[in-house]
Design a protein around this ligand. Sequence first.
Ligand code: MRU
Length: 342
Amino acid sequence: MTASLPSRRLRSLGLRYQRDAGGARLEILDQAALPDREEWRDGAEPEAMIGHIRALRVRGAPMIGVCAALCLAVQADRGAAPARLREDARALRAARPTAVNLMEAVDRLLPLCAHPEALVQAAEALFEEEVARSEGMATRGAALVQPGEGILTHCNTGGLATSGAGTALAVIRRAHEQGKGVHVWVDETRPLLQGGRLTAWELGRLGIPYHLLPDGAAGLLFARGRVQRVLVGADRIAGNGDFANKIGTFPLAVLARHHGVPFHVVAPRTTVDPSCPDGTAIPIEERDADEVRGLVGRLRWAPADAPVFNPAFDVTPAALVTSWILDDAVLDAEDVAAGALA
Ligand code: MRU
């Protein structure tokens, strides 16, 4: 279908894509199985990819956008009819509600559904674009990090969460590579333990020193003066600088302010949504009660019928943010108030 295009092979920590004379293939590293098992899953079929996104087998705001786009590219390469592609695109777009990168990626491709080659090229370019955006964030963010800092982070914002090195974790990685001797404090990130399972796994592979802590231990860590900086990612940044990120981010911003510690949000421009004037307009995903009653599929510790509140994200007000580290700029409160995100 796209035989006139040169073959492409795209690889990241959590994604394998190949398009050549044999057709197009897409696989994702199953993030729900990590760190115990490194299993790759087929992501070529939209229905399967939607399942992977919903079950967090693939996750992280930029990564789900890239995966949705490459899934559509595989379908276009395999000759899917434009109407079918549009239907699949809309279904992928709705797989999760909070990360705007997913909507942004699909919206770029929707007008191309009748032009398979253009769609494939746009999807592949999106992968490369996020790699470059990671690089921009890493460079700008690492310049702020001082030698010997203890840096607290939440959730997973590394190579599993984007097609590049990541967002907040890419900044930490760059500071480590620059020999700044940073120490990372990793919130385990209840309920799905993206910190304990994924960030710890990535930091271990990279040889970056860290300690894992239960989310509730952050206050004591701040009080003991062990945190000099907080770096987190975002799933959507509103025009006024409020941002949604993994549940538990907002309390860290409050703790940081209380202790006079700089608190930064690190995200690519593709995470900024100027159509949300402030954080109240960001849709917040609520997930299955069993995720809080225990560890899904492994263990349950709460009563099976315990009523549960399980929002996947919270909103941190702009007033608590020291700076917004984007791939193309570092913004402060004055920039944001002047409309730099709007
Ligand atoms: O529910 P998840 O694991 O997809 O949530 C991910 C986060 O909250 C990340 O911090 C965010 O996507 C930014 S990572 C590049």
